[in-house]
Design a protein around this ligand. Structure first.
Ligand code: UDX
Length: 484
């Protein structure tokens, strides 16, 4: 029989050991701490070392006595680069019998501390071994994924896509519609599937990794997703056919910010710390302050995507030739070759001086919230997409990899909040599409984006869909106990 525990629940949160998922899970951890739940946050030694150097995690969580960090070795040699491209190696090493044993000890070895024994696990839904160990020892487990729900649904459908021989693609027509992703038959094309589906090889390690997603996630009691019902309702109802108990609690960044601000006096208010990996250049806010309402297109391709020098030049010409004002983030490590700036033709530097501003890293959430910004040329990382949706900013989509290929299609064909220019990168197209978003169809896109932004804001306020899902998550966690 289910019953309420006298002690606050003690959650163990185990994110994927990569920057993006770890950042997102810290936001979830903080929301749960605010709800009075004790949290042990499990990091690999490597990520923990990096966070201790570059981020303020320890000071940020000092105010929550129920929060602690635990670490686990990832089993890789010290000189392994461990970046996103080597993810499969990190993942394979992490599911070794040694790591499983350490994880099991963490779940079962109560040390008599103030948090009490672990009562529930939240683990990334791709870490199947963590879900298995938790299930083995009888601790309830909820999974979570930080990619977009639309992409997750495609992962769930991978076995069917392979079985029906829709992938690898027969022939070269990337505009052919996909038939075996229920709910998307009228708009999802081959080119909109995650990039690895184009590899033409079903033994590709990515396919191997993601094709078990549906099975793994269905072994959990629920699945937490960073979205809100009003945005992704149609895909959520598809995912519910595999994982009936969903907790859509996004947009997570805004959900946390709103709860933090609600709980603070103005004097002590301190919204969630920035987890930027680069130094933010705040001079762009002063530049934006001088620009007319909704006149600027903000351009950023996130924290991983890189551009060739040719691509950079095409974007630069396209932006300058569009005649629009632009604020562009060019990350220090994002362009192949260091000499792009000194080699820029005079018409580009002149056009930029007149109408543009370039920074190495921007305070993105603040930029998107600025009234001078009227559009976002984005790679459609899921965080950037949700940040844009929340602030009511229409998008031009130039996806780089993985869920971004799917997200860009959803922005254009489902959310109707922008234009997808995937698989093109020439100055004429860029100029045309920027003009279309910022001039020709400006009012139409701004209106739609504003409506969705308002729904997003409502979803995280009391009574809203994400607010209610989060309350239900906390209540369920309080009700569940080991072996219940
Ligand atoms: C990765 C994956 O590539 C993406 O597909 C997945 O959905 C999430 O992780 P990433 O490049 O990190 O993408 O993009 P995104 O998810 O959009 O995250 C970038 C974050 O950096 C955003 O929160 C954004 O606000 C922030 N950012 C970006 C800044 O703060 N300043 C900048 O100048 C640029």
């Amino acid at each position: 029989m289910e019953h309420r525990n006298p002690l606050p629940p003690h959650l163990l949160i185990f994110p994927l050991p990569l920057q993006g998922p770890v950042n997102n899970m810290f936001k979830l951890a903080e929301l749960l701490c605010l709800a009075g739940v004790n949290v042990t946050f499990l990091l690999t030694d490597h990520i923990h070392r990096r966070l201790s150097i570059y981020a303020n995690i320890h000071s940020r969580f000092r105010r929550y006595p129920g929060f602690q960090i635990a670490t686990i070795a990832d089993g890789l040699p010290a000189d392994h680069p461990r970046d996103g491209n080597q993810f499969i190696e990190i993942f394979d090493s992490l599911k070794s019998p040694e790591s499983k044993a350490v994880f099991r000890d963490l779940l079962c070895g109560y040390d008599g501390g103030i948090r009490g024994p672990v009562t529930c696990v939240i683990a990334d839904g791709i870490l199947g071994f963590a879900l298995d160990v938790a299930n083995d020892v009888g601790i309830p487990v909820v999974s979570t994924r930080t990619v977009s729900p639309a992409c997750l649904w495609i992962f769930f459908c991978l076995p069917k896509l392979i079985q029906s021989q829709e992938i690898p693609f027969p022939g070269n027509d990337l505009d052919e519609l996909i038939k075996n992703v229920p709910g998307t038959e009228t708009f999802l094309r081959r080119r909109d599937l995650p990039g690895f589906c184009r590899a033409g090889d079903i033994s590709d390690p990515n396919v191997r990794l993601y094709e078990t997603e549906g099975q793994i996630n269905s072994r959990a009691r629920g699945l937490i997703l960073n979205t809100f019902e009003e945005l992704d309702g149609s895909i959520l109802s598809q995912i519910r056919t595999v994982c009936p108990n969903l907790y859509p609690i996004g947009p997570l960044h805004a959900h946390l910010k709103t709860k933090l601000l609600a709980g603070e006096t103005p004097a002590t208010a301190s919204p969630a710390a920035s987890s930027s990996l680069w130094q933010e250049d705040r001079s762009c806010i002063a530049w934006l302050d001088k620009q007319p309402l909704r006149s600027v297109i903000y351009v950023s391709f996130g924290s991983i995507a890189t551009l060739t020098k040719d691509q950079l030049m095409e974007f630069w010409y396209g932006l300058v030739n569009s005649g629009q004002k632009f604020l562009w983030v060019i990350r220090p490590d994002s362009v192949a070759g260091k000499d792009w700036e000194s080699q820029a033709p005079a018409e580009l530097t002149q056009g930029t001086k007149e109408r543009g501003y370039i920074v190495g890293w921007a305070p993105q959430e603040e930029v998107l919230a600025h009234s001078a910004v009227g559009g976002f040329l984005t790679h459609n990382g899921w965080n950037s997409t949700l940040e844009s949706v929340y602030e009511g900013v229409p998008m031009i989509c130039w996806p780089y990899f993985l869920d971004q290929q799917v997200n860009s299609r959803f922005v254009e064909a489902v959310y109707r909040l922008g234009l997808d220019m995937k698989d093109t990168c020439d100055r004429v197209t860029i100029e045309r599409i920027v003009r279309e978003l910022m001039e020709v169809r400006k009012d139409e896109f701004l209106q739609e984006a504003k409506k969705m932004g308002e729904l997003a804001k409502r979803s995280i306020l009391e009574g809203g869909s994400s607010y209610t899902s989060f309350e239900r998550l906390v209540s369920d966690i309080k009700t569940w106990s080991p072996r219940s």
